[in-house]
Design a protein around this ligand. Structure first.
Ligand SMILES: C[S@@+](CC[C@H](N)C(=O)[O-])C[C@H]1O[C@@H](n2cnc3c(N)ncnc32)[C@H](O)[C@@H]1O
Length: 289
């Protein structure tokens, strides 16, 4: 076990009834029963694609953390990127560990955590530079109460952007390869088939680390590739089921409030919905043994 993480807290520190699966009140729980969620980015969020190309909002990670854990429990993000999940965990007094292949992103996580640190959080958050395949070497079985993450998206980002949208021209993204790295272990370099298998291998390794009936929430979009819809969410659901997870909920992340101007595509003969207007939050759990 990585020595950094040996002492990390995993048990609830709240006064909730033992039967409750989270600290939410009935009223707060009721709000989350609606299956379409919307979030705004805040100042602390990283939206500059040159710093990290694909981040989700702190408020998204926080809502998932609060729905599925108690204060003091341990949250894991196997693809932590800029550290958004860790910041949300810090805000919500949950212990958390995040992993990423890139030393630059891990440094970014550490800088953000240090800047965000409250006075009396009583919890700790760690960012570790390693391949997600190796996470079982760091954490004990049945110690994690929630996995929340947005993995890379097969090799669809790994190409030059040709889309001449006004926004791309304005923000200098045109012609850029929007990719984390060319490291062969980076899931973002793989085709959909290999990617799905590798994701399956990683999550199969993580299953014993989470407790029975603990959740694993994965954020993914679908994509268009050469006029074909690539249903990443379908591949992921099938793979996760084969690896022992049970699908509990599909939540739609409605992004219409954060999408910049949309140009007209396909009119009048080829109807396609804009991928950027929504993404999936696939909620699995580890079934009771
Ligand atoms: C979509 S990003 C995560 C962004 C994050 N949710 C945020 O808000 O910053 C996916 C991350 O997975 C990392 N990654 C890719 N392959 C990996 C692997 N095999 N092990 C660990 N991290 C990996 C990439 O470096 C990238 O930062």
């Amino acid at each position: 076990m990585g020595h950094d993480l040996q002492k990390i807290g995993t048990e609830r520190t709240c006064e909730c009834s033992p039967k409750h699966t989270c600290c939410l009140s009935a009223k707060e729980w009721l709000k989350n029963q609606i299956g379409v969620w919307k979030f705004a980015y805040e100042k602390r969020d990283i939206r500059d694609k040159t710093i990290h190309p694909a981040t989700y909002p702190i408020s998204l990670a926080r809502r998932i953390i609060e729905q599925f854990t108690h204060k003091g429990e341990l949250v894991l993000d196997p693809f932590v990127g800029s550290g958004t999940t860790l910041i949300a965990a810090q805000d919500a007094s949950r212990n958390a560990v995040g992993f990423d292949l890139s030393p630059e992103y891990i440094e970014l996580c550490q800088t953000r955590l240090a800047k965000n640190k409250g006075l009396l959080s009583g919890s700790s958050q760690h960012a570790v530079c390693n391949d997600a395949h190796n996470i079982p070497n760091y954490l004990r079985p049945n110690s994690v109460s929630l996995i929340v993450t947005s993995p890379p998206y097969a090799n669809l980002l790994n190409r030059k952007r040709k889309n001449k949208s006004r926004r791309d021209r304005d923000n200098g993204q045109l012609g850029k390869v929007e990719q984390y790295s060319q490291d062969p272990r980076d899931l973002g370099t793989m085709n959909l088939e290999l990617y799905t298998k590798k994701i399956g291998d990683i999550f199969e390794g993580l299953l014993p680390l989470i407790r029975p009936r603990s959740h694993c929430v994965i954020n993914v979009p679908d994509m268009w590739w050469e006029n074909e819809r690539i249903t990443i969410h379908v591949s992921l659901i099938e793979e996760m089921r084969m690896r022992g997870y049970e699908l509990r909920n599909i939540i739609i992340w409605d992004r219409t409030n954060i999408v910049n101007r949309i140009g007209i595509f396909g009119w009048p003969s080829n109807y396609i919905t804009m991928g950027v207007t929504f993404e999936y939050l696939l909620d699995f759990w580890r079934p009771q043994d």
